[in-house]
Design a protein around this ligand. Sequence first.
Ligand code: PLP
Length: 402
Amino acid sequence: MFLMNTNPSYKAPLDPRDAETLGVEAAATVERFLSYRENNAETPLVSLPGLARNLGVSSIHMKDEGFRLGLGSFKALGGSYAVIRLVLEEASRQLSRLVDISELNTPEVLAIAKTMTVACATDGNHGRSVAQGAQLVGANAAIFVHWGVSDERVAAIGRFGAEMIRVAGTYDDSVKEAARVANERGWTIVSDTSWPDYERIPGLVMQGYTAIFGEALRKMPETPTHVFVQSGVGGIAAAAAGHLAILLGDERPIFTVVDPSRAACIVETARAGHPVVIPHGEPTIMAMLECYEPSLVAWRILSRVADAFMTVEDTDAIAVMKRLANPIDSDPAVVSGESGGVGLAGLIRAIGDPASQAALNLGPQSRILLVNTEGATDPSRYAEIVGETADEVSNRNLGASA
Ligand SMILES: Cc1ncc(COP(=O)(O)O)c(C=O)c1O
């Protein structure tokens, strides 16, 4: 399915709250916070000229978030950032003065953090980030996971010392259960999705994601004409579209949101013109995108600054993982997990369909920006699908540059 944005709020200015959340000043704060992280490094912006030639566009750049903060996905930027912000805010409140990030490891801030518990529901990657943030500041973390989350993903979160809580049902059930228990016990929910009267913390999580696009624009030889970003609840797509609209104004790229067809809550929301909860169907291989209810803040942003919405199939996601692992010409190989290359799957589908291609004005002049949102965050699943381990695929690049 492919549809252009026909919502009444399309091209309206961003809501002032969202403009502040995703603005230049906010993005500068994110980068300052990142500079205090031990394993901070810009992620690679991979140029894929062979693929661009093959698809008939001018260039393709892919920001590879598989390398982000040692966590394997862009989610590393959001949850942990929000946890640090919340601890500093609580310390400022208790100490009656503004507490700066440079004081994070002081005994008085650590003592306050120790009394705090942060909680969230996760498909895997967001929980890993929240748990890492909690460990970093010395707070407690309780992470809720539904039945479908693999043991490997659960173990990867537990390694950060978080209490892991299994919940029957789907991701959306785990979101509700996390909110219920946290409310009962006085924990702070650090969710990557928002609902009525719960916007600020998901806004901080999205604010963390802006770093990807600031880094990308500084490295790209020219600004992109098109951006394709995949969506679960819509957080990263909204952060990207909103931040790029603020940075580039009328020169902003044409922005397409890409959903799995089996969990297309953003596409269905765009079709209905208001947030909708979609029925549960068969699980999708794009496990991190399996969300049935959009984030309200994300939709408020996307309804204004996204240009198009589309779905891709599980087979598209698998094909893209293999294609990125086995590049053409001298393109580097990219290790991309099941949900990582879905923006590229959207580009390929749009180019293959004359109506979508024309609607998006995609052609030989187009400069594409994509985000590989995860590496092999579930290594055995990755090897099963691609037929090689993530190490074998990335070692191919070492061979090529030797
Ligand atoms: C690897 C990956 N890509 C994309 C997404 C989608 O992000 P959002 O839920 O903010 O739309 C997620 C969400 O967990 C993810 O883990």
